[in-house]
Design a protein around this ligand. Structure first.
Ligand SMILES: Nc1ncnc2c1ncn2[C@@H]1O[C@H](COP(=O)(O)OP(=O)(O)O)[C@@H](O)[C@H]1O
Ligand SMILES: [Mg+2]
Length: 503
C-alpha cells in the first residue's frame, strides 16, 4: 500500500488561537482514516489547509500523482488541490438548491456551452460511479426537494465525478440516522477497496472505532495520538481526546413515581409536518428520564415549545401534577414547576448582553429574596451568583461580566444552575450536550441523573442516540410529528423508527 498523502509540520494560527500546531499526518492508498477530536480541536482547519481553503503558516503537503509518486502540493489553492485529486465534503452543504443533482455535480467541470452537449456522457459516468459505490441519488430532482442523506450522497458523487483519489468528509454523520450512517460507511468501505483514500472527521467514538483502520486524535490544535483502530479501545481514545479521565455518570436504579407531566392528544400545526405535533400523548413520571430520540426537525421543536409554554396546543390538554394548565404561558409553566434547558442556549438560554449574575435570576424576578417592591437586592444577587458559580463550576470572566463572554460549556452550566436551583418537578432538557466538550457533557449528564434521583421527571430531547440510550428509562422516537414508543434498546431497531421505516 503506497502513501498517497503526507502532511508535514502544518501550523495555522487565527489571532490568539493556535488552531493547528506542527501536525504530521500520512494517508495510504485505500485507507479509511478517522480524524477525531473535540469541538475546536482543529480538525476542520487541518483539512481546509489540505483542500487549499487556508494557507498554512508553516509546513508542507505532499500528494501522490497518478503514478503514485509523492509531489509537493502548491498550498492555498482549492482548484489545484482538486486537480491533484483531493476532494472535500463540508459540514455544511454547498449545493445549489434550485438545480437538480446532475447539474450540481457537473457544474464547474465543463464550460457552460459544451455542458448541455455532454449531459449524456456525464450521466454515463455518474451511473458507473453509483453502481461501483452503491451511492444512489435521484439526479433529475431539484436538490431543494431532497433529504439531507440524499444531498450528502450528491456531494460525495460530485467529488467522485471529479476523479478524486483522496476524499475528506467533515462530520458526515451529524445529520444522518444510524442506518443512513451505517450505509454511508458501507459505501465508503466499498470505495476504499477500489483504491480511494478517505479521511473522515468525527467526534463520535463509536463510529470511529467501527469504521476506520487508523485514528488520528487532535487536542487543542496538536496531534496527541495516532492509533491502529483494532488495537485500541474507547477509553484509550477518550483519554487522548480530553487529556485526562472522564467519569461517565452512573445510572442508578430508580423506581418511577407518579406522573408529573401528561400530554393528552395535543396538536400543534406548524409550517410543515416537521414542526408539528399530531394528536400526541405522553407521560413523564417522577424519578424518570423519558428520552425523545429522533433526527432533529421531526417535531421536537414543537414539543419543546409546548412544554415551555411558548405555544398553546390547538387541542388536547397539558397536565402538571394532575392539574391542567389552561392556555399555557412560559410564566405559568415555570410557576407549575417546569425548568427548561433550551436547545439554543445562546439565544434562548441567556441574555448575552446582561451580566452573569442577572442572568441567574431572570426566572425569579418576582421572588422576595431578589427584590422588594421592585427594587433589586444587588448584593443578594451577587452572592447568589458567586455561590452558584462555585457549586456548578462555572468558569469565565466573573459574575459581573456579560454572559455572552463565557464559553458554550460554561453558559450551559449557568443555565443548569438557574434551572436546578428551583428544584423543578419537570425538567425539559433539549439537546443539553450539543456542541459541548466531553468534560462538560459528562457534567450535564451527571446533573440530570442527580435530578432524577431527587425525584424530578426529565424529558430529554436529544439527537444523540447514544446519549438517549445511556440516560433514559423509557424512550420515545419522534418522526414527522409523531411519538412512537421504542420497546427496545436495540440501536438498529430505534434507527428504523427514526427513519420512519419500521414495520
Ligand atoms: N476562520 C477562523 N477564524 C478564526 N478562528 C478560527 C477560524 N477557523 C477556526 N478557528 C478557531 O480555530 C480552532 C479550531 O477550529 P476548527 O478547526 O474548526 O475545530 P474543529 O473542526 O475540530 O471543531 C477553534 O478555536 C476555532 O474557533
Ligand atoms: Mg469542524
Amino acid at each position: 500500500m503506497g502513501k498517497v498523502l503526507a502532511l508535514k509540520g502544518l501550523s495555522k494560527r487565527f489571532g490568539s488561537v493556535q488552531a493547528n500546531e506542527a501536525i504530521d499526518l500520512d494517508l495510504n492508498k485505500g485507507e479509511v482514516l478517522a480524524l477525531l477530536g473535540e469541538n475546536g480541536s482543529g480538525k476542520t482547519t487541518l483539512m481546509n489547509m489540505l483542500f487549499g481553503h487556508y494557507l498554512p503558516d508553516t509546513g508542507s503537503i505532499d500528494v501522490a500523482d497518478r503514478q503514485g509518486s509523492l509531489q509537493p502540493l502548491t498550498l492555498g489553492h482549492p482548484q489545484i488541490s482538486l486537480t491533484k485529486g483531493i476532494g472535500m465534503v463540508h459540514q455544511h452543504f454547498t449545493l445549489a438548491e434550485n438545480l437538480n443533482a446532475l447539474d450540481n455535480i457537473v457544474l464547474g467541470t465543463e464550460p457552460l456551452i459544451s455542458f448541455k452537449r455532454n449531459t449524456g456522457s456525464a450521466l454515463k459516468k455518474l451511473e458507473k460511479i453509483m453502481h461501483e459505490t452503491g451511492l444512489f441519488a435521484p439526479l433529475d430532482v431539484s436538490v431543494g426537494k431532497l433529504s439531507v442523506g440524499e444531498r450528502q450522497r450528491i456531494e460525495i458523487l460530485k467529488a467522485l465525478y471529479r476523479d478524486v483519489r483522496i476524499l475528506v468528509l467533515d462530520e458526515p454523520t451529524a445529520v444522518l440516522t444510524p442506518q443512513e450512517a451505517d450505509d454511508l460507511f458501507d459505501n465508503i468501505n466499498t470505495m476504499a477497496k477500489s483504491g480511494l483514500s478517505v479521511i473522515f472527521i468525527s467526534h463520535k467514538l463509536r463510529e470511529v472505532l467501527s469504521f476506520s483502520q487508523r485514528i488520528v486524535v487532535l487536542r487543542q490544535g496538536k496531534k496527541v495520538g495516532e492509533l491502529v483502530t483494532n488495537k485500541t479501545n474507547e477509553s484509550e481514545i477518550a483519554h487522548l481526546m480530553v487529556g485526562g479521565g472522564v467519569k461517565s455518570a452512573e445510572r442508578e436504579t430508580c423506581t418511577p413515581g407518579k406522573a408529573v407531566l401528561q400530554l393528552n392528544q395535543v396538536s400543534i400545526t406548524g409550517r410543515s409536518k416537521r414542526d408539528s405535533l399530531f394528536d400526541q400523548s405522553l407521560e413523564a413520571r417522577a424519578h424518570e428520564i423519558l428520552g425523545i430520540a429522533g433526527v432533529s426537525g421531526n417535531g421536537q421543536a414543537a414539543l419543546a415549545s409546548l412544554i415551555a409554554g411558548l405555544e398553546v396546543p390547538e387541542n388536547g390538554s397539558i397536565l402538571i401534577d394532575s392539574s391542567e394548565i389552561e392556555k399555557p404561558t412560559p410564566k405559568k409553566m415555570i410557576g407549575a414547576g417546569v425548568g427548561r434547558i433550551p436547545e439554543d442556549r445562546h439565544h434562548e438560554g441567556i441574555i448575552g448582553t446582561m451580566n452573569l449574575a442577572d442572568n441567574l435570576i431572570i426566572e425569579k424576578l418576582d421572588d422576595q429574596e431578589i427584590q422588594n417592591f421592585g427594587i433589586l437586592k444587588r448584593s443578594k444577587i451577587k452572592t447568589n451568583a458567586a455561590h452558584l458559580c462555585k457549586s456548578y463550576d462555572v468558569r469565565g470572566p466573573g459574575v459581573d461580566a456579560e454572559a455572552r463572554l463565557f464559553s458554550g460549556g460554561n453558559i450551559q452550566k449557568m443555565i443548569l444552575a438557574r434551572v436546578f436551583e428551583q428544584n423543578p418537578k419537570l425538567i425539559l432538557a433539549n439537546q443539553p450536550t450539543r456542541g459541548l466538550d466531553m468534560g462538560a457533557s459528562a457534567e450535564v449528564r451527571r446533573r440530570l441523573l442527580d435530578a432524577r434521583k431527587n425525584g424530578a421527571a426529565i424529558l430529554l430531547i436529544s439527537e444523540d442516540l447514544d446519549e438517549v440510550l445511556a440516560l433514559s428509562d423509557r424512550i420515545l422516537v419522534m418522526h414527522d410529528g409523531n411519538l412512537i414508543p421504542a420497546e427496545t434498546r436495540d440501536r438498529a431497531q430505534i434507527g428504523l423508527l427514526m427513519a420512519g421505516t419500521a414495520a
